[in-house]
Ligand binder design. Structure first.
Ligand code: TRP
Length: 456
């Protein structure tokens, strides 16, 4: 184990972990969720969820990873030998397979749309959501093109992971994260200086509590998990490449801050453009791939803004995808003694093949057609509604009832200046976090069985 790879710097670690957090969830999902759920009111609930539910679990994952210097399966096994807790780690590895399969498909879409914009393909879509919708539909439902783009996207992911922690993940996120921030600032200024662009600020940040429904609260909670990459050991794995001198509390706060900042900036950039061009802010999941291509060509220099936007989305997706593949790779390195290259290429390919079935399920061929739901949606639903919340809740319970809060604090304070952490406060935070997630799970299970949720 003495040869375990390490991050090269504190900043490198923070950028890599925020690169994992910042992804399609921030730029694609958050804006359309806020758009459909009353804007500002949703944003407030989302912020509370991130702090109350997200923060404790981010820290827990970092602490478990740094203490054991192992990826999830070995990490749980080390703290709780010969127990069933290693299955929480196994669940994480399984979640990684599931999530990356469909994530890679959407990653491929971002590449395709970058290219369409670059070659001026949006110009024929100006002000015409119908044609734009048809174009998008026929692309994602095709048998060949989306799979080829997915393979290219997965190729980039594998390419980065093969180069290792410092020479691959850290090196590339150190380039891509600043690029993402710069492009977002540019797009935000572009949007806000368009006539009526500032309406976006009202829309996103002015709370209209009458729009806040129970289901938007449930949504915000689930999303706070996904956006912080929690519940499948991503942050355990990234934490396992740390030395003991990193302040994990401040790192976690930085990552949450950057993740939230980027979601808000993406929201502002997108809605400013949407309002300026009189498009529909509540357009749902199609907001990015259908509505935006119809409004970019109406702005001066639209092809450039469109290309920047989709390239930004591609980089955000890539920095997340590498964190998911790293969980799989690290498992085979730590537990099976495989080499990095072999593990990455073999399982990157397996994920790509499963992902191809997700892509096909959009139209050409759906292996879960007997369930009346696409294979893509099955994997998305399974992971975000069940696997991640279960993994996150069990992580909190692990700290509370197996590892023990005092042991956890002893490890957490390494690298911190202030060693006076009140165990009672920590205990309450984990209990609240676990209870809230447990309730969401129960709500979902009841909704699935009876057809009516407790709330939402
Ligand atoms: N957080 C990323 C996003 O918002 C997605 C992601 C990366 C993820 N790693 C994860 C989600 C691990 C759940 C678990 O797009």
């Amino acid at each position: 184990m003495q040869n375990r790879e390490q991050w090269g710097s504190k900043l490198g670690f923070i950028l890599a972990a925020s690169g994992s957090a910042v992804g399609l969830g921030n730029i694609w999902k958050y804006p359309h969720m806020a758009g459909e759920n009353g804007g500002g009111a949703f944003t407030i609930v989302y912020l509370i969820c991130i702090l109350v539910v997200g923060l404790p679990i981010v820290i827990a994952e970092f602490v478990i990873g740094r203490k054991t210097q192992l990826s999830p399966v070995g990490a749980f096994e080390t703290v709780a030998p010969k127990s069933n807790w290693k299955w929480v780690g196994m669940l994480g590895v399984a979640s990684a397979f599931v999530i990356l399969s469909f994530y890679g498909v959407v990653g491929g879409w971002t590449l395709k749309y970058t290219l369409i914009s670059l070659t001026g393909g949006f110009s024929q879509l100006a002000g015409d959501p119908e044609t734009s919708g048809t174009l998008f539909d026929s692309f994602i439902k095709g048998a060949l093109a989306p799979i080829l783009w997915q393979i290219v996207f997965m190729g980039f992911t594998i390419f980065v992971i093969v180069q290792g922690v410092k020479g691959g993940i850290e090196k590339w996120t150190k380039i891509m994260m600043p690029a993402i921030l710069v492009i977002l600032v540019v797009l935000m200024i572009r949007g806000l200086t368009l006539p009526n662009g500032t309406q976006a600020l009202d829309f996103l940040f002015k709370p209209k509590f009458e729009d806040l429904t129970a289901s938007s609260i449930v949504l915000a909670l689930g999303h706070s998990f996904f956006t912080l990459s929690l519940g499948m050991g991503t942050m355990i794995t990234y934490g396992s490449y740390l030395r003991k001198d990193q302040n994990l509390l401040s790192s976690a706060l930085w990552i949450i801050f950057l993740d939230t900042l980027i979601a808000m900036m993406a929201g502002v950039a997108i809605f400013a453009t949407v309002f300026a061009m009189g498009a529909d802010p509540g357009a749902g999941p199609g907001l990015i791939f259908v509505v935006l291509p119809t409004i970019f060509p109406k702005i001066v220099g639209g092809a450039i803004w469109g290309t920047l936007f989709f390239f930004l989305l591609f980089m955000a997706a890539l920095t997340s995808a590498i964190s998911i593949l790293e969980v799989i790779t690290a498992y085979f390195i730590d537990e099976k003694g495989w080499g990095r290259e072999k593990a990455t290429i073999i399982f990157g390919s397996v994920v790509t093949v499963v992902g191809a079935f997700c892509s096909l399920s959009m139209g050409a061929f759906n292996i879960t057609s007997f369930m009346d739901i696409s294979f893509f949606d099955v994997l998305d639903y399974l992971s975000s509604k069940y696997m991640l919340p279960i993994g996150g809740m069990l992580t909190a319970l692990f700290v509370l009832y197996r590892w023990g809060v005092p042991n956890f604090i002893t490890e957490m304070v390494l690298g911190m200046d202030d060693h006076n952490i009140n165990p009672a406060v920590v205990r309450i935070l984990f209990m609240v976090s676990a209870a809230v997630v447990g309730f969401i799970l129960l709500n979902e299970i009841i909704a699935t069985i009876t057809g009516t949720p407790i709330i939402g």
